[in-house]
Write a protein of this length. Structure first.
Length: 325
């Protein structure tokens, strides 16, 4: 078993955003800049979280359990933790950010500003976010009859970011660290919590409980950006070489009118886009409409070649996206 349980499903959100910006959403669409900004922000966040693996891998595998992106239901709402570090003595919630520029924690109004390229804006307080996640986790554990001290940290993963704080903000700054000093914070917690609250058997039981209650997020990207699958999502097969849309189907191959590329498999990314953006199932009629082919026999051949799971009789058959292991 790996030291870090990879529970995060943020890559699915990024895949959906990539499907939009790589051809399914017109470049001149008014929502395009917003989608691109979201994509860049999510990608930076994912890079920041992945950079934490190096530091967390230094922890003892026999002592610690680490969960990346665990998502749990508490009092009717889901909450997701960037990294949850567990041992028999305590739990630690890590809120990881990869922001660049200058972060300033202001004492008045308990707000945080980010200054970058001469522009200053207020952002969500990452310490308050970590504190809230820790509070939810504490309640979730108690609901399952588990008493464990829960601490929280905002971890800055960007090495070039400058963090500033007003005087008298010690109650905030003690919950902040850069990624390279995370292990020092862990040492402090170990020194403070020497009494084991959970033994090895109870920790294994908690691990099974966490993984069984983890619910991966499957975001509805079209709903988020108020996009219509029929009006805003461009159908057709995209040329893998020049990105022209749509390719034409002739005698078993997809042909690009722009660069003359021929491909027998160019439809596979298109069908995956359908599964990502529209719904995780597809019928022969839906496939023909999305790939812009008119022949039912061609649609049937394409679906048969992909070896997708399905249900129903031949006439009413519905095909489903393959579940990734």
């Amino acid at each position: 078993m790996s030291l870090i349980e990879e529970c995060s499903n943020i890559s699915l959100r990024i895949q959906k955003l990539e499907a939009l910006i790589n051809g399914r959403l017109a470049y001149l669409h008014p929502i395009w800049p917003e989608v691109m900004n979201e994509y860049k922000r999510r990608l930076a966040g994912q890079r920041g979280e992945k950079s934490m693996y190096f530091h967390l891998s230094m922890l003892s595998e026999s002592k610690y359990q680490i969960y990346h992106g665990i998502r749990l239901l508490y009092r009717g709402f889901y909450f997701q933790i960037d990294f949850l570090v567990l041992c028999g003595a305590f739990a630690l919630v890590l809120e990881v950010k990869n922001r660049s520029g200058e972060l300033e924690f202001e004492k008045e109004f308990n707000q945080v500003t980010c200054k970058k390229n001469g522009q200053k804006e207020r952002i969500n307080n990452p310490v308050s976010q970590a504190k809230l996640q820790a509070r939810k986790l504490r309640g979730w554990l108690r609901d399952h009859n588990i008493e464990l001290p829960v601490h929280y940290l905002f971890v800055n993963s960007n090495e070039k970011t400058i963090i500033l704080s007003d005087p008298g903000n010690e109650h905030i700054t003690r919950h902040i660290c850069n990624s390279e000093t995370l292990l020092e914070k862990m040492d402090q917690l170990e020194h403070f919590h020497k009494e084991e609250k959970l033994d090895a058997k109870e920790l294994r039981k908690l691990r099974r409980l966490l993984l069984s209650r983890h619910t991966p997020e499957n975001p509805d990207i079209l709903k988020q950006f108020h996009l219509s699958p029929k009006e805003d999502i461009l159908p057709g097969v995209i040329c893998p070489t020049c990105r022209f849309l749509p390719m034409n189907y002739h005698y078993g191959s997809w042909c690009c009118p722009k660069c003359n590329l021929k491909s027998k498999t160019a439809h596979i990314p298109a069908i995956n886009d359908h599964f990502l953006l529209i719904k995780p199932s597809i019928t022969s009629a839906e496939l023909r409409a999305f790939l812009l082919v008119s022949s039912p026999s061609v649609g049937g051949k394409i679906l048969a070649s992909m070896n997708l799971p399905f249900s129903g009789t031949f006439r009413n058959r519905v095909y489903f996206s393959k579940k990734k292991k």
